[in-house]
Ligand binder design. Structure first.
Ligand SMILES: *Cc1c(COP(=O)(O)O)cnc(C)c1O
Length: 390
């Protein structure tokens, strides 16, 4: 037994709860802890490890890039950065009229979106109740959970968190609104889908009022929901999307991709980041996105998602199954989420409970029949244990 728990409790900022394990190694869809236990990883670092752990394509790309040129600052261009910008413009559909701002995290992508919105010279920003957009002061201002915001107020003024209904949007919108910022699927809320037709209607209404529609695809992007980005299943074109998490497969990177006229809002000297778009991180993202394409992992996400959804419906404690592709929310009929997570860990399975009545699944996009079968067996045991304990 190692003493990592004491070290963590004594040395790490008390801003997060004590972790349940210390992980030391990963390979494919599995990770190992410092006591030698092996886990099937159905969280993938919160939808980050798109290719699983230690994927040879990512290992090779990062190793080669760090041995070639790791960092240069944003005073210089690099080939991996330009390649990734072109790739993001292609896979988002933003195309030749679009542009990319690179940062290092989801919150930074949202901060860039807030600065973009400010440049419209309109004061108000709308986001949704129960949304999550990050923990920095700007992104926290947009986050629709008052318990997260209140200890840090005052935050940005003129941000309103509205209900996820078209009626609420129509009541709030006007010529003084700069942007509507929304997650296509609310990940941290427990993988909660928007009402049918919401995104399509929100696009029409925002366009009518000259309001930017900015999508937070930080959790839903990189092929996870069965298309490169979730909005692509709704036949709409946003003004900007924030991406991070699964794009880098574990190497920190975030970006704001703008479409059309929104691409001209930020001008020289108005935003920047020392690490943003650095060759190491962008080489990693090129490798990850290239492998997702080459190996057909978007299609795999769609098919494995359907397989999992069918298998999960009808298991003990399961009230509903939400989400798309390999971003799955399991609604529980009792508030035993943390007990399910603990029971899963005890049988060698990592899942996550964003709240008491939800389990979130976000496995690597590379899962196959064997991982699906192993997951179903272990998850059934965990649900059964948790339902009997309560
Ligand atoms: C994770 C997440 C963020 C914040 O990203 P960080 O990299 O943690 O800053 C923002 N929005 C959504 C939807 C997320 O899932």
């Amino acid at each position: 037994m190692s003493d990592w728990k004491d070290d963590y409790a004594n040395h790490i900022m008390k801003s997060a709860a004590l972790p349940s394990a210390e992980l030391v190694r990963g390979e494919g869809c599995y990770v190992w802890d410092s006591d030698g236990n092996k886990y099937l990883d159905f969280l993938a670092g919160i939808a980050v490890n798109s290719l699983g752990h230690a994927h040879p394509v990512l290992v090779d790309a990062v190793s080669r890039q760090v041995a070639t040129l790791a960092h240069v600052s944003n005073y210089f261009a690099t080939p991996p950065q330009l390649e990734l910008a072109e790739r993001l413009l292609r896979i988002t559909g933003a195309g030749a009229g679009g542009r990319v701002f690179f940062g290092n995290s989801g919150a930074e992508a949202i901060e860039a979106a807030i600065k973009l919105a400010r440049r419209t010279n309109r004061p108000r920003i709308l986001s949704l109740q129960n949304s999550f957009h990050g923990r920095t002061m700007g992104s926290l201002s947009l986050t629709g959970k008052s318990a997260l915001r209140e200890p840090f107020e005052p935050l940005l003024p003129n941000v309103e968190h509205i209900d996820s209904t078209i009626a609420a949007l129509e009541a709030a919108i006007g010529q003084d609104v700069a942007a509507l910022v929304i997650e296509p699927i609310k990940g941290e809320a427990g993988v909660v889908d928007l009402p049918e037709g919401y995104l399509e209607a929100a696009r029409d209404i925002t366009r009518e009022h000259g309001v930017l529609l900015i999508l937070d695809e930080i959790q839903t992007g990189a092929g996870r929901t069965g298309s490169w980005f979730a909005f692509q299943q709704h036949g709409i074109v946003p003004d900007a999307i924030a991406v991070a998490k699964g794009i880098g497969g574990g190497v920190p990177i975030g970006a704001l991709v703008t479409f059309g006229a929104a691409s001209d809002l930020l001008t020289a000297g108005q935003h920047g980041s020392t690490f943003g778009g650095n060759p190491l991180a962008t080489a990693a993202a090129n490798a990850v996105l290239g492998e997702i394409e080459r190996a057909g992992l978007i299609e795999n996400a769609r098919l494995r998602g359907e397989q999992l959804r069918a298998a999960i419906a009808g298991l003990p404690l399961v009230a509903e199954v939400r989400g798309r592709g390999l971003l799955i929310g399991v609604g529980l009929d009792k508030p035993v989420g943390p007990a399910v997570v603990a029971a899963a860990m005890s049988v060698g399975l990592i899942v996550n409970a964003p709240n008491d009545t939800s389990i979130r699944l976000a496995p690597p996009l590379i899962i196959g029949d064997a991982e699906v079968a192993e997951f179903v067996t272990k998850f059934t045991t965990a649900l059964t244990q948790a339902s009997e304990a309560k």
